[in-house]
Design a protein around this ligand. Structure first.
Ligand SMILES: [Mn+2]
Length: 434
């Protein structure tokens, strides 16, 4: 993996050039309460360039720097501290295990930075990533370089958003990244299968959440990529429902939106299935409509397909189906134009997927929807959510359905990373009965 981090830094060095420097900070440690920490998760951009997953670190990429181009400022190793917190790299480890050309104690950043900034024109740094301390340190260092002007030294005068470059890199996944995402997908598929099998009337949503988390943990992937949504019945109509405290009732559907993270790479799956193991007629009709939209949206994915095409296709199919079921009245084109479907389908059909569950990368470039390219990964997740409104036939009330898979754009089309999880009505019913 070190090769890959090295390659990424070399790419950045090539792209920003010798008169530039890039500086980024590790994610801060977060506290849940008093001195209890939230499990540490490295900043995705920092991880992408360094693989160094410790807090209190600053990475400097300095093209052409004599003593080496990758400089890591980190916590100096202290055996007494390690007794409490466990092992960490220290400056020696940063060089040995993370290929830093130079490593210095984090406390020395302020005094060393002016020399690194000297005679460079541009500074690339992450804008708005919350590391205000680093912003201050950078600008202080620039001021100090300016005071040396009379010795012929020049200070940087262009400050650019590093993420603009990095997020383009991150959008196209390497083979190794796809491998990590495949592993995450497989574990999430297995967890969803177990949850499907375990569900029965009378259980609580949190018990099903426990089944998911158990499977994640058992596979050594200890963090979900986002809080799991386990939503029975009408709870499914709350898009970001994470309370997970209701009872699973006979005759209702259960919507599960959950995925694990593997070495910083996310998976993101949603399935909706009947708690009793059998769909009612109205549930089945809506389910098959969402499935039809999802399969059609996936089917058109290939290089050159525009970002919004799967979404537009899903909307057309859902609107058409809602008219047939009597949930919308009117002509398809008009209803699509008026966005009448938004009453039942209010979110987009997908998002980039990568280190962040809603991954980075522009969806539009030069005012146009972006073309999909080989190596990009996106979710396809249409849904329908029917409110308990008096003008709607009560047989549909409170039904919430979403079906979501993770899709890799390949050279000629697509590959569903999350395949192998029951999805059709027949597959789900027979799997739950088996
Ligand atoms: Mn998603």
């Amino acid at each position: 993996m070190n090769d890959e981090f090295l390659k990424r830094r070399q790419r950045l060095i090539h792209d920003i050039g010798k008169d530039s420097i890039a500086i980024l900070a590790s994610a801060p440690r977060l506290f849940r309460n008093s001195d209890v920490e939230v499990p540490y998760r490295q900043n995705s951009d920092f991880h992408y360039l360094t693989g160094f997953d410790e807090p209190e670190a600053i990475a400097v990429i300095a093209p052409g720097q004599d003593e080496g181009e990758f400089i890591l400022f980190c916590r100096e190793f202290d055996p007494l501290k390690a007794l409490w917190t466990g092992h960490y790299a220290g400056t020696q480890g940063a060089k040995e295990h993370f290929l830093a050309n130079q490593a210095h104690p984090i406390e020395t950043l302020g005094e060393r930075l002016p020399d690194l900034l000297m005679n460079r024109r541009r500074v690339y740094f992450l804008l708005g990533d919350g590391s205000e301390d680093l912003d201050k340190t950078i600008f202080n260092a620039v001021r100090r370089v300016r005071t040396r002007a009379r010795t012929g030294v020049t200070a940087p005068y262009e400050f650019l958003a590093l993420e603009h470059l990095l997020h383009e890199y991150r959008l196209r996944k390497s083979e190794r990244e796809i491998e990590l995402m495949d592993q995450a997908a497989q574990v999430s598929v297995e967890a969803h299968k177990k949850a499907m099998k375990a569900s029965r009337p009378g259980m609580m949503e949190y018990e099903i959440e426990a089944v998911l988390l158990n499977e994640f943990n058992r596979k050594g992937m200890r963090a979900p990529a986002y809080p799991s949504i386990v939503a029975a019945g009408a709870n499914a109509c709350v898009l970001h429902y994470t309370e997970n405290r209701s009872e699973l009732k006979d005759g209702d559907l259960l919507l599960i939106d959950a995925g694990v993270e593997n070495h910083s790479y996310a998976s993101d799956i949603t399935r909706t299935f009947p708690i009793s193991g059998t769909f009612t007629e109205p549930q089945k009709q809506l389910y098959e409509l969402v499935l039809k939209a999802q399969l059609a949206a996936i089917e058109i994915i290939k290089p050159g397909c525009l970002w919004n095409q799967p979404h537009d296709l899903a909307i057309a199919i859902l609107t058409e189906g809602l008219i047939k079921l009597g949930l919308l009245i009117g002509e398809r084109e008009t209803l699509v134009k008026e966005e009448a479907y938004k009453r039942f389908y209010m979110h987009r059909t997908g998002h980039w997927l990568g280190m962040d569950v809603h991954d980075v990368g522009d969806y539009m470039t030069n005012g146009e929807w972006r073309s999909l390219e080989e190596g990009m990964v996106l979710t396809v997740e249409p849904g329908l959510y029917v409110p308990n409104d008096s003008d709607i036939d009560p047989c549909w009330w409170g039904i919430g359905i979403r079906i979501e898979d993770d899709v890799l754009v390949t050279q000629t089309g697509y590959r569903v990373l999350t395949a192998g999880l029951p999805k059709t009505v027949v597959e789900i019913e027979s799997y739950m009965a088996g």
